[in-house]
Ligand binder design. Structure first.
Ligand SMILES: [Zn+2]
Length: 487
């Protein structure tokens, strides 16, 4: 694997991409609470690196429109959205029943500005999708997005609003097929659940290899279970051939890549051993297909490495070489003692044997060939009739180029009190014992259940509520997203 810098080869891949980058200067002020591993501050740190590496001038920098209730309700239940809008740390004690019902309070706590945070996160991802739909950029980036665990009526794993599902729904207005790729260490279960019966594909680090979708969505969901300590070479050994084949067979009109950085070596919650360059190789590879690309954030709990990773991945997106030596900036002290952009992976054991990876690779390539040869699947190009889509007209107005505010790059970053400065990232693991984005115990249980369910070859796990969502939104995505049988 090429590990030298991020320069792109000559030829089609060397062509510059037009990149729209969504960033709200307020985002770093949201605070999940003392000791909570999810720190929106990492997005502000990423932005500071982008500014000081001179990368902002290579992109259109946009402040996202806050997503409105009606935008969120395209996927989420009305009562859940109303709850998120109304709940505050002061009033939460009066709503214990709702907190339980919506799974808010522990891993996903109520904090000041929770709803605005959700609006910003979703607004950036939907805004990016709109920009791509209108061909106003080749790549859109929202590091505040990628919150892949959120369910229709439930918070999960630090995620409240599923910006990814909302962005995919937006892309489906314009594109018949959208590919979702997820390189977070955790399973993108919220996204998978939302689209389980449609033909989309996910590529998470966890999840069961037997989760391959259901009914019309069969073979459209791929999961690659990987074990602890996977390194760059092993990861790409599986990633590239599978994704290459997926691109060939599925021919998506747009790709959403969730770049969760908890798959990096040394993550506070994760247990993979990817280097930043290895992680970014996924971005580089997806970019090389020249298909409209939405890059989103996600997990990532050793925040200095998250900022490094997303800075480097932004550089890959714009096609600019960046120096390993980090420029001085307001968060410079986080990056000692190396003060470099890249970090070396550790010497932890890679529990993924080449033989097992090879079996996984072969199994998934077989799934894909079934998809390719399925008689019901024909990849006809059917274009959305955007003139009749009220939402789309509305979105076009609302999310138009003129409506987004350009962030003034000359203005200093938010000068508010930075709570993260007084609470530097703890190196000890003590305060995370009771908290995990997606506990491994849960994964194991899920796998066990699916194991028994999968034995009949048909009854894959389906949440009734997600099926209902599919039907409710059928105008918007089932007919567009599904590889349309001849009709
Ligand atoms: Zn994660």
């Amino acid at each position: 694997m090429d590990t030298g810098g991020n320069s792109l080869p000559s030829g089609p891949d060397g062509v510059k991409r037009k990149v729209s980058y969504f960033y709200d200067p307020e985002v770093g002020n949201y605070y999940y609470g003392q000791g909570h591993p999810m720190k929106p501050h990492r997005i502000r740190m990423t932005h500071a690196l982008l500014a000081h590496y001179g990368l902002l001038q290579h992109m259109q920098v946009l402040k996202p429109f806050p997503a409105r209730d009606r935008d969120l309700c395209r996927f989420h239940a009305d009562d859940y959205v109303a709850f998120l809008r109304g709940i505050t740390p002061e009033t939460q004690q009066d709503h214990l029943k709702q907190l339980r019902r919506f799974n808010v309070g522990e891993d996903s706590p109520v904090f000041d500005g929770l709803y605005s945070f959700c609006q910003t996160s979703a607004g950036g991802s939907i805004g990016g999708a709109v920009k791509l739909n209108h061909c106003l950029c080749d790549i859109a980036i929202n590091w505040a997005g990628g919150l892949h665990h959120a369910k229709r009526s439930e918070a999960s794993g630090f995620c409240y609003v599923n910006d990814i599902v909302l962005a995919i729904l937006e892309l489906l207005k314009q594109h018949q097929r959208v590919l979702y790729v997820d390189i977070d260490i955790h399973h993108g279960d919220g996204v998978e659940e939302a689209f389980y019966t449609t033909d989309r594909i996910t590529f998470p680090g966890t999840g069961d290899i037997r989760d391959i979708g259901y009914e019309k969505g069969k073979y459209y969901s791929l999961n690659v279970p990987l074990d602890d300590g996977i390194d760059d070479e092993s990861y790409q050994f599986v990633f590239k051939p599978i994704i290459g084949k997926v691109m060939e067979v599925f021919r998506p009109g747009a790709v959403v890549l969730q770049c969760g950085a908890d798959s990096l070596s040394g993550d506070r919650l994760g247990c993979f051993n990817l280097s930043i360059k290895g992680h970014a190789e996924c971005v580089r590879y997806m970019r090389s297909f020249n298909v409209p690309l939405l890059l989103l954030g996600g997990g990532g709990y050793t925040i200095r490495n998250v900022a490094r990773c997303w800075c480097f991945e932004t550089a890959v997106a714009v096609g600019v070489e960046v120096d390993d030596k980090m420029p001085h900036h307001e968060y410079y002290e986080y990056f000692g003692p190396e003060y470099t952009l890249y970090v070396a992976p550790s010497n932890m054991e890679n529990k993924n044997s080449r033989q097992v990876l090879d079996e996984i690779r072969i199994k998934l390539l077989v799934y894909l060939s079934k998809l390719e040869h399925a008689p019901s699947v024909q990849f006809q190009e059917i274009f959305a009739d955007s003139e009749t889509d009220e939402d789309q007209d509305d979105a076009g107005e609302r999310w138009d180029l003129d409506c987004d505010m350009e962030v003034d790059e000359c203005k200093p970053l938010s000068s508010r009190v930075n709570r993260e400065i007084v609470e530097p990232e703890p190196e000890d693991q003590d305060d995370q014992k009771g908290i995990a984005e997606h506990p491994r115990a849960f994964n194991a249980a899920a796998e066990e259940t699916e194991c028994s369910k999968a034995s009949d070859g048909v009854s894959m796990p389906i949440d009734e509520s997600s099926v209902k969502v599919d039907q409710e939104n059928s105008e918007h995505f089932i007919s567009l997203f599904r590889c349309t049988p001849s009709q």
